[in-house]
Design a protein around this ligand. Sequence first.
Ligand code: ZN
Length: 365
Amino acid sequence: MAESLAELARIGGRPDGGVDRLAGSPADVEARQWLAARMREAGLEAGLDEVNNVFGHPPGAGPWLLLGSHTDTVPAGGRLDGAYGVLAALEVYQALATAGHPAAARVALVSFHDEEGVSGHGFEGSEHFCASAPLASISGYLELHIEQGPRLEAEGLELGVVDAIVGIDRYDVALIGQANHAGTTPFSYRRDAGRAATRFIGGLRELVQAIEPRMVANVGALQLEPGAPNVVPGAARFVLEVRCPEPAALGAARARLEDELGRIATEEGCQLEFTPQTSWPAMAMFPGYVAALERVAQRSGLPWRRLESGAGHDAEILARHVPAAMLFVPSHEGLSHSPREHTDDRLLAQGCQALLDGTLEILGG
Ligand SMILES: [Zn+2]
């Protein structure tokens, strides 16, 4: 595991230990060709499809349990992200094949194109795969990934069984007040759009936590207009992003958020423009697979928990068509999409073992 990760990390590798393998870049394509060659060495029929998905399968027609993730990265990404799940899948196949295990004939491997969404919204490769012929030969999908968040490590846990992937709703919000002189206009006469926006943002945590404890929300950029130290902001614009693994809760959040914004806007003498932008549905993982992975986690003797994924993954695309589930290993200090992304080799090896055990549990021995 450690050697193959190091070898792949050299393709597009950065001096700071990170990786630049943006989807479609020469380094990304080189990594995919390298991977297809490793799959062929392991005895699989492997190659790149029309969109650069790497798909490797044993000779024959399936059905296969698909194992994998993605090998593209964000700019200045880490060496683990999707690469870990892809190489662990290859290692699982090699272990089964070397042992002459009959399950070796029942798994296939994949690295999906542009999971990260560098050129589009992401998941281009998995969406293409699910709309093309190989899907008919797939019985299900298992993806091992680093958590990309702090929870497992903070709780002293070494393995996570993912039961759902969050949905993501985004709203364009504009609060329109009146730009005015910041010296001559007393507070009580102001229609300060900046104050309205920051009042809302200040209460956002409590508001969404009251709707669903697992809901999170974010305002990552706030634009105040006209944008001068001596002018009361006449307009505040931002994108409000809300995430939750519970689809119904996201629906309920919309009305609550709009109500709260409307209430604050009225108090501050502002007008509200609230426009739904994008809605990405939450996706539950397949209960039968989740139960199988929980049995594996329990038998491993490792400290583990069930959790939702706060980040999107190819598994949510596959889950629309076939049974799908995910396993997480801890991310040190919760860091990801960063050259400082790290997980100890011991934890990576344990995750790989859990992927092997989960594969056998799902395939029935
Ligand atoms: Zn990833």
